[in-house]
Design a protein around this ligand. Structure first.
Ligand SMILES: [Zn+2]
Ligand SMILES: [Zn+2]
Length: 238
């Protein structure tokens, strides 16, 4: 199955879908799918429509989502992204999330949607404190609000999400279709850690195997419960 595109229905993956008329940043195939997402989407639909791209502080700033530890809702931010030119590694870019996280940040890729069992055509990155369960961080209120009522608190400390391209060598503006995938990722993490862990292991393995080829692998449709290895590079080629 082809990777899930941001133009497809965010709830069921159907290809024929229309954008939310207010934010134009997520698509749905039907009113039923739009309604099913509304409790989540409403947190950022209006803020997104009012987050003017003309306020971008510089071309190195990209639209990202900040999940504050002690506020009730996630919010849109302009995240400064650092560009690195390395003789061996080439040109790469990453989000400077340290000002939001403090010291000791770590990150994970969101490359797969376990709810829809689909690879994503565009990855996101979640940066968090590297030891948030043991470093005294409090339960992340904004994530909890986003996921209630069907989760037990798991994520602690601040979290920043931003979009990536080309095997994480470039950053991009995050959309609300990405937000839906990130929320699904949070849900998965809480409900079925084994599913995510096996998926991550598969990705790490395939990233390692493909690290020099940078090729897109179109294999998809892996079962979350499998420890299968067909969740692979999904960096968008542009
Ligand atoms: Zn749908
Ligand atoms: Zn919207």
């Amino acid at each position: 199955m082809a990777p899930l595109s941001p133009e497809s229905c965010a709830m069921c993956g159907k290809e024929e879908a229309r954008h939310c008329t207010r934010c134009k940043s997520i698509a749905y195939c039907s009113t039923a799918c739009q309604k099913a997402d509304w409790v989540t989407h409403k947190l950022l639909c209006r803020p997104f429509s009012e987050f003017d791209v003309l306020t971008r502080p510089s071309p190195q700033h990209y639209r990202a989502i900040f999940f504050p530890e002690e506020e009730q809702k996630p919010k849109l931010i302009w995240l400064y992204c650092v560009t690195v030119d390395d003789e061996d590694e080439g040109h790469s870019q990453y989000g400077q999330t340290a000002p939001y996280l403090g010291r000791g940040g770590a990150g994970i890729d969101v490359a797969y949607n376990c709810r829809l069992r689909r690879k994503l055509s565009r990855r996101s990155r979640l940066d968090h404190k590297d030891n948030f369960l043991a470093d005294g961080s409090k339960i992340n209120q904004s994530i909890w609000t986003t996921l209630k009522p069907d989760m037990t608190p798991y994520w602690c400390g601040p979290v920043v999400a931003y979009g990536t391209l080309k095997n994480n060598t470039k950053t991009r503006d995050l959309s609300l279709a990405d937000f839906r995938n990130i929320v699904d990722h949070f849900h998965t993490y809480d409900r079925n850690k084994r599913c995510l862990i096996s998926q991550l292991e598969a990705m790490v393995e395939s990233d390692y195997n493909n690290s020099t080829t940078n090729q897109e692998n179109s294999a998809g449709g892996s079962d979350c419960k499998d420890t299968g290895s067909n969740t692979t590079n999904s960096g968008e080629m542009v």
